[in-house]
Design a protein around this ligand. Sequence first.
Ligand SMILES: Cc1ncc(COP(=O)(O)O)c(C=O)c1O
Length: 389
Amino acid sequence: MSLSRRAFVRSLGVGSAGALSTPWILGRSGEALNWTPDPFEAVLQASTQQEVIKISGNENARGPGEAAVDAMVKLIRDNVGRYHFNLAREELPEAIARNLGYGLTAENVLISTGSGAILTAGVRAYVSESRPLVNGAPSFGSPNRTASQIGASIREVPVDANLRLDLDGMAEAAIGAGLVFLCNPNNPTATAHSLADVTAFIERVKASSPDTAILVDEAYIEYATDANVETATTQALEHDNVFVARTFSKGYGMAGLRLGYAAARPATLAKLNAAWGLGSVNILTASAAIASLNDPDRMLNEREENRRVRNFTRRAFEEMGYETTDSQTNFLFVNVRQPAAEFRDAALDQGVQVGRDFPPMEQTHARISLGTMEEMERAVEVFRRILET
Ligand SMILES: Cc1ncc(COP(=O)(O)O)c(C=O)c1O
């Protein structure tokens, strides 16, 4: 039986629930894997010798800063056995509000175990069978899934020729809708709109369809290097039913710790809070977040390193003759001029795991998250082998 590395890696559950878990592999000693007549075991050895570079999930390859890790370790040592409820419920929203500025107070911040919960709450609060969801296509898909679950329709507005969200088209589609989901920067196209454009969009929708809510998802905004791309928090403070979702999963490197939040007027936050369970943020996460907010240099370094890795990777694709969008994020959206599935399978065969399909662009474009510089140097070699042959 011939067994490709790809099929085997899949069976190991890289990126999905598989028959064998990665810890299971890591738990095996190298010695036990030295020699075997079993072809399955032989592939297993190969897969442990060359680690898969996982650049599929828009994660932060560098993880949280040292201050965040130190804060968690200290808390474990001091007394993690206590509830310390005030840390997550009071100190964290206060720290977030102070850090964001714009005159925000803790009343304007609603925390959740990941910003995904805020998105779910937003759809559940404002979308219904009679009030559709408006989303870009392609854009982040979780609001669409929630809308489908509750039997609501979705007005999908294709991105424009530069793969930017079509704000005019979305404003038209917003008339009579329950909620517009505006992902800025947009996942997966990596493009972003200026604060001036987003403000004009919000004002237009509020004028033409006052009851339509607007969710601006800023999961990747820390990585935006275009100076005109800024948070829409001031807009959320100015209008009812306009809210911004942010996360500590990306720029702050805390995806596994699960922390996100919404910023808005208290009355808007009350509707989100009533619509969906937002979880219970634990004290390790809260302490890591507060320490991160108090360490602005680490975020500056993270942005700068991401920009360096992004420039390197973009240039490599350009040199190979392949177009990428103007990424304002920690991933690239590349016109690989072949189905994403073919490119993905070829990359996985060579130990690099890139993003899934993003309809309606899955016949031409692949999403590639940015890892460390070292990972991207190795990944680019693989991309060269695939795209230049
Ligand atoms: C655009 C966007 N919003 C929200 C999320 C949810 O992130 P989290 O729940 O980790 O905060 C993601 C995750 O990839 C995302 O890409």
